[in-house]
Design a protein around this ligand. Structure first.
Ligand code: HMG
Ligand code: MG
Length: 299
């Protein structure tokens, strides 16, 4: 199998990144981040979530963020929706693409969305129907594909039926999330080998967290498996409120650098991306989580 010639990055920093921040972040700072990412050439940005503010307080202002951003034609600005209520709120905020999220482990499903895997899939059916009638595309996530903070190791065989269910119900793409970042390159290759028997590789994406420092290796392993869509987070922002100890997503800057070195096209301006990451890192008052950004900024 040859490596893809083009890769699409799904920028999840404003959502997966910021959702985990305990300190308040203003709507203006979130809007600035999304606008900076647009300027850097990201074609897909996950802007926020329409979830319960009791569960994830940081995402409470997502409608205001959508109202404030400057949307560039051709760029997808998406939001997470866990149930029909979230979908309707997203629609009212003008969102044109949503993501639903299920888990490969029962314990994580309970802690993250307060229901079983099967119940979550049932909950998504009305979202899919409403999305179809409004012409909204739906992306699917499966969490804990290589490990669960409560159940430990998760097998590819547990992931495949959940990914298939999301695909069968109409998700145009299913992103496989190593939520706690314990997976290795070997695990990743096997995961895509097994899951691609149920969902075509062109409709699968990789979502890696860098907790164990394996995320970039896992992206490379995925490329070898013919996967061409990756979720990443500027400045390596992130974590998950229901996965204790999970650090940020893989940094977008580091993925772009890897891909440039492989001669794979992304359409992203690395310098502008680094500038976006530097700005949000200074807003948060912390070191930039991207190694590439740190190296370039030290020069
Ligand atoms: P629940 O408590 O079981 O639901 O939460 P409920 O229906 O009983 O509602 C409880 C309260 O929430 C009610 O309010 C509802 O109105 C309200 P009250 O009457 O108590 O005042 N509510 C809502 N409010 C706003 N928006 C909504 C909504 N729905 C209900 N959409 C629920 C169930 C799913 C809502 C909750 O568990 C939830 O919001 N969970 C979200 C968790 C989350 O966002 N996790 C992070 C994203 S997943 C992730 O990061 C992983 C990923 O990155 C991939 C990876 O890394 O693997 C995607
Ligand atoms: Mg995540």
């Amino acid at each position: 199998m040859s490596m893809p010639e083009k890769v699409r990055l799904v920028e999840v920093g404003p959502r997966d990144g910021l959702q985990n921040e305990a300190q308040p972040i203003s709507v203006a700072d979130k809007v600035q981040l999304v606008d900076d990412l647009t300027a850097a050439g990201l074609a897909y940005i996950e802007v926020g979530s329409f979830v319960s503010p009791k569960w994830v307080p940081q995402m409470a202002g997502s409608a205001e963020v959508f109202a404030g951003i400057h949307q560039r034609p051709g760029v997808t600005y998406a939001a997470l929706a866990p149930n029909l209520r979230g979908f309707e709120d997203a629609l009212a905020a003008g969102v044109k693409e949503v993501a639903v999220f299920a888990a490969a482990s029962e314990a994580f499903s309970q802690r993250n969305i307060n229901c079983s895997i099967a119940e979550s899939l049932t909950r998504f059916e009305p979202i899919m129907a409403a999305a179809r009638s409004h012409g909204v595309r739906v992306r699917g996530y499966v969490s804990c594909v290589l490990g669960c903070p409560y159940e430990g190791k998760v097998s590819a065989e547990q992931v495949a039926p959940v990914a298939k269910a999301l695909h069968d119900m109409g998700c145009y793409e299913v992103s496989l999330g190593d939520t706690i970042g314990t997976g290795t390159a070997g695990d990743t290759r096997r995961l895509f080998e097994v899951v691609s028997a149920q969902v075509p590789r062109a409709q699968l994406a990789g979502h890696f967290h860098d907790t164990y420092g394996q995320a970039l290796a896992n992206v490379y392993a995925s490329l070898l498996e013919g996967i061409s869509v990756f979720d990443s987070s500027v400045a390596g922002l992130g974590g998950c409120p229901y996965a204790k100890g999970a650090t940020g997503n893989i940094a977008s800057e580091d993925v772009v650098y890897l891909l440039q070195g492989l001669g794979i096209e992304t359409g992203i301006d690395l310098d502008r991306l680094i500038a976006a990451g530097q700005r949000i890192s200074s807003v948060l008052g912390r070191a930039n989580g991207s190694r590439v950004a740190r190296a370039r900024s030290a020069q």
